[in-house]
Design a protein around this ligand. Structure first.
Ligand code: FAD
Length: 354
């Protein structure tokens, strides 16, 4: 998110922006993500953001530039008979009204896309062919390189230790490498936003949830163009990663996930697991983004709480942060994602979370 915001700041003419990263670029949740990109959400704002982000990922090679390995092989949500179909009916109607090419598939149609899929207990599936996935780190480096070429600065290995507020206004950040005077600070520190913002007196209700993914040995047992597939009830998901499969779920061990995964995709049980890793979801109370700009302290902006769909919202949210920081008109109205929604009783739960 930080790299995208930095890029859009430069595009809007700001050439003295600094990105301060405590580790290395993309070393937080972003490099751990499965890379999924979709417009199949239940919240209208997420659908609109999804459509626009898909468009920008499609054009990433031209702007900002770089190869992100985008695979538009669709997203498939599998619904077992136990799942409530009504929210998906409503989401599909909404998505289609906004131009998303999503549709219902029968269990047999889902099996045509994924031979070997166990479908006996499925009620149906929803599919959108323009969804897909890309390589998150490549996106970060694309944005970061373009921003640096346009004059921005990136300080890696440099932790922000404190946001300095005087008389209700942001005036500086203190970092491991010294103080940077600034009136506008975008805190896009993933799950760590909570503690950074707390230091400036702001409560950001984001909580960390560790999630695990694994990568199999190469397999020719599936078609090359496999959709990113999610078993909605269990949270088990998979997509192609090179010649193997990447898969994950809610379980924290491979032994815990194996029976769930094998029940849906029996062939998986025959594949060796080559490696695995884990990363942190930054969950918000309603599983929707926390994005906005504060009056108190003045000049503090935040973006976190993406609850498993933050990588894909980078293009639109990064641009939005840049516009807010520079006091420009915003391309998207993301005010409903502001922190104050919880005080106003205006939480907006996203149903299609993985
Ligand atoms: C297993 C897994 C699978 C996922 N799959 C998907 C998916 O398919 N699609 C999708 O859209 N999203 C997915 N996500 C969610 C996605 O990864 C996140 O929502 C997104 O990467 C958040 O990006 P960010 O830039 O806000 O945070 P991060 O990527 O966490 O970046 C925050 C950065 O802030 C830095 N930082 C922290 N504290 C400080 C400090 N004090 N000073 C300086 N720097 C600091 C960190 O080092 C880090 O680099 C997944 C997440 C996980 C864990």
């Amino acid at each position: 998110m930080g790299a995208s915001a930095l890029y859009y700041l430069t595009r809007l003419g700001c050439t003295d922006a600094v990105l301060v990263e405590r580790g290395t670029l993309a070393s937080g949740s972003t490099s751990k993500a499965a890379g999924g990109i979709r417009a199949q959400f239940s919240d209208e704002l997420n659908v609109r953001i999804g459509l626009e982000c898909i468009r920008r990922f499609e054009n990433f090679g031209d702007e900002p530039g770089g190869q992100i390995d985008l695979k538009q092989w669709g997203y498939l949500f599998l619904l077992s008979v136990e799942c409530d179909r009504a929210p998906f009916d409503a989401s599909l109607e909404l998505q289609r009204s906004l131009g998303v090419p999503s549709r219902w598939l029968t269990p047999d149609e889902a099996k045509e896309l994924i031979p070997g899929l166990a479908v006996d207990d499925l009620a149906g599936a929803t599919f959108s062919p323009s969804d897909g996935y890309a390589t998150p780190e490549a996106c970060v480096h694309g944005y970061a390189s373009a921003a640096v070429l346009a004059g921005a600065e990136i300080a890696q290995g440099c932790a922000v230790e404190r946001i300095v507020v005087e008389r209700g206004r942001c005036v500086a950040v203190e970092t491991a490498l010294g103080r940077i005077a600034t009136e506008r600070i975008i805190v896009a520190a993933g799950v760590w936003t909570r503690e950074l913002a707390a230091g400036a007196g702001v409560r950001v209700p984001v909580s960390a949830e560790r999630r695990y993914v694994w990568l199999t040995e190469p397999t020719s047992g599936f078609p090359e163009e496999l959709p990113l597939t999610i078993d909605f009830e269990t949270g088990f998901y998979f997509h192609r990663e090179g010649r193997g499969l990447l898969f994950g779920g809610r379980e924290t061990t491979i032994d815990g996930l194996a029976p769930v995964a094998a029940a849906r995709l029996p062939l998986l049980a025959e594949l060796g697991v080559r490696t695995g890793w884990s990363g942190l979801y930054e969950n918000s109370p309603d599983h929707n983004a926390l994005v906005g700009c504060l009056d108190d302290p003045e000049g503090l902006l935040y973006a976190t709480g993406f609850s498993g769909h933050g990588f894909q919202q980078g293009p639109v949210v990064g641009e939005h942060l840049a516009e807010l920081a520079l006091g420009r008109a915003t391309t998207f109205d993301l005010a409903p994602f502001g922190l104050e929604r919880f005080e106003r009783g205006a939480a907006r739960p996203e149903h299609n979370v993985v």
